[in-house]
Design a protein around this ligand. Structure first.
Ligand SMILES: Cc1ncc(C[n+]2csc(CCOP(=O)(O)OP(=O)(O)O)c2C)c(N)n1
Ligand SMILES: [Mg+2]
Length: 566
């Protein structure tokens, strides 16, 4: 019989268990010996608890948590190494903060640096991990709460607190620094362990809901703009029901990170809201941090209702929402309450039918333009980005979930990729390098659905690709990567041209910001038993995508490197 040793490592694992977290995503370091011991005990004793996944890179660990939580809404634990691991994962953590993804990040340190007679943490803690001011100081700008758990006396409670806080609105990453000294010390289990309940769903007051309903009913020309309303199926459905009920057009802003409303729906008015918002007399911005750009333009002639958990974002330096009314609280609940109030008010059916017809005609126009652009691209030689996006629809399964880490092609993908239904599109909106990890996190959450990552060639080079493909192989998470290869950082060229359209660079085609150190990206998955293809010729595009898709179905990772024209 294994002896049950209770120490700080056990306290951490017990906290993660009681938080109901399914995964510990880690890129390890010598801080975590006692947690590994606790995990070994968990296995040997058959105790239910989280799965530990070693990721090989901090970006991957953080982004697996990001992608998984994006799909499930359930926060996970991330174990990094000291200050260096925390800093390596910083861009992903920053992305989680920006996009309000809850996660609990832990890393360790030594507070005695080898001076304690009975404890040698290793010389590296003295020589390399000797951070003035401690680790919470490093984490502070990246997370909503950062603290050190200095003693085993309340280590369990602090883990629980970090996990609970991450999930409490405004949701986001939290950070706990756990000294090794606290982890190896004896820990007495508290008298009361509890299963942590889900974060409460806060909701707006009845009077605010009533006021919003009245504003919507009396508006002549209301518009909905949404960015993250569709992160959950319920949010997507609630938004759909509201739009349907009053025939309100929906635009998804450039900052949309999920699919919020069916693109093929007659009320969908595309991905560029400024013109519509200019004409509107009421704008309902749903879960949208930056609903229009520039911020000081916005819907100047409209009243503005903001529907969001916590509408004014403390983590953003600047925001100008021009709000007349806030519906603060769980956005899905707010939308559902609005629907209920509007149904009870018996809206004017004639006015709604007229509005529906007007927007259906406008939608038709948009659709015609998109289909014409696709027909034109398909007829031309070479592979234009529109041709690639349209061919994806012809070649890949209908239930594919797309993760997008392209830059100049982002707008094209939003318009032309045929993702269907809720949670079928995720944009990686952070620093570059997160796409592969997010795609894997999405796949982990949706093992039975095909996942395809659309990624720029430059963005691909920022990703820990070898680690991601190795992880995918070992964890049996096959997915497809399509590289939008325009042989460089096109966005950088465009940037230079926009500042200096007649400049020396423009005249001589000298764009110093554009080149990348390209390699045969398609070779990489082959090292991991996967499928790779390079496509230069348009005739090869569909067969290559179909072959890649078949390989994924067989359980392999796949990559198609598509050489784009223009
Ligand atoms: C971590 C990080 N470094 C640098 C940038 C700046 N940046 C934005 S877009 C871009 C180019 C990306 O290249 P690619 O994926 O090929 O897209 P393209 O510009 O060709 O559309 C760069 C370097 C960034 N967003 N994040
Ligand atoms: Mg590029």
């Amino acid at each position: 019989m294994e002896q049950r040793i209770l120490d700080g490592g056990e306290a951490i694992l017990q906290g993660i268990r009681d938080l109901g977290m399914e995964y510990v995503f880690s890129s390890p370091g010598s801080d975590w010996g006692s947690v590994w011991e606790a995990l070994a005990r968990q296995k040997i004793t058959g105790t239910p608890g989280p799965a530990y996944l070693s990721c090989g890179h901090e970006t991957l660990a953080v982004d697996l948590a990001f992608g998984y939580t994006m799909m499930t809404g359930r926060a996970q634990a991330v174990l990094l190494h000291a200050g260096v691991g925390l800093l390596q994962g910083a861009v992903g953590i920053h992305g989680a903060r920006l996009n309000e993804i809850p996660m609990m990040v832990l890393s360790g340190e030594s507070t005695t640096f080898g001076d304690r007679e009975d404890f040698n943490p290793g010389a590296q803690w003295y020589a390399n991990h000797n951070n003035m001011g401690g680790l919470p100081r490093l984490a502070d700008p990246l997370v909503k709460w950062a603290h050190q758990a200095a003693s085993p006396a309340n280590l369990y409670e602090l883990v629980v607190r970090a996990g609970e806080l991450a999930q409490m609105p405004p949701v986001g990453p939290t950070y706990l620094d756990v000294p090794i000294e606290a982890m190896i010390a004896p820990w007495t289990q508290p008298a009361k362990l509890r299963k942590i309940p889900p974060a409460p769903r806060l909701r707006p007051s009845d009077s605010d809901i009533e006021r919003a309903a009245q504003m919507l009913l009396s508006a002549r020309n209301p518009v909905i703009t949404a960015a993250s309303a569709g992160r959950s199926r319920e949010g997507y459905e609630a938004l759909g029901e509201l739009a349907e009920l009053l025939a309100i057009p929906v635009v998804e802003g450039a900052a949309a990170d999920s699919t919020n409303f069916p693109k093929e729906h007659p009320l969908h008015q595309g991905f560029e809201g400024n013109a519509i918002l200019k004409e509107a007399d009421l704008a309902l911005a749903v879960r949208s941090r930056t609903p229009w750009y520039p911020a000081n333009m916005g819907p100047l002639n409209a009243k503005v209702i903001i529907v969001d958990d916590s509408p004014l974002k403390m983590h953003m330096a600047y925001q100008n929402l021009q709000a007349d009314l806030f519906l603060a609280g769980d956005p899905t609940s707010s939308l559902q309450l609005l629907v209920k109030a509007l149904k009870a008010a018996k809206p004017d059916a004639g006015k709604i039918a007229e509005r529906r017809a007007r927007w259906a005609a406008a939608h038709q126009h948009i659709e015609q333009r998109l289909r014409a652009a696709e027909a034109e691209a398909l007829a031309k030689p070479g592979i234009q980005p529109v041709k690639l996006a349209a061919t994806l629809a012809q070649s890949l399964p209908e239930d594919t979930i797309y993760v997008d880490e392209t830059t100049v092609h982002g707008g094209i993908n939003r318009r032309h990729v045929r993702n269907r239904g809720p949670q079928s599109y995720v944009a990686a909106r952070s620093g570059l390098g997160q796409g592969l990890g997010i795609a894997l996190g999405v796949k982990l959450a949706r093992r039975t659905q095909p996942v395809t990552l659309l990624i720029g060639d430059g963005a691909f080079l920022y990703n820990p690709a070898t680690q991601a493909f190795g992880f995918a192989r070992d964890q049996k998470l096959p997915f497809l990567t399509v590289v939008y290869n325009n042989h460089g950082y096109r966005a950088m060229r465009q940037n230079q041209l926009s500042y200096y359209p007649q400049g020396v660079g423009a005249k001589n085609r000298l764009f110093y910001g554009e080149p990348v150190n390209e390699f045969a990206y398609e070779e990489l998955p082959k090292l991991f038993g996967g499928f790779g293809a390079r496509v230069e010729d348009a005739a090869q595009l569909r067969p290559a995508l179909e072959q890649a898709s078949a390989a994924v179905k067989e359980g392999k990772i796949a990559l198609v490197n598509v050489s784009l024209k223009d």
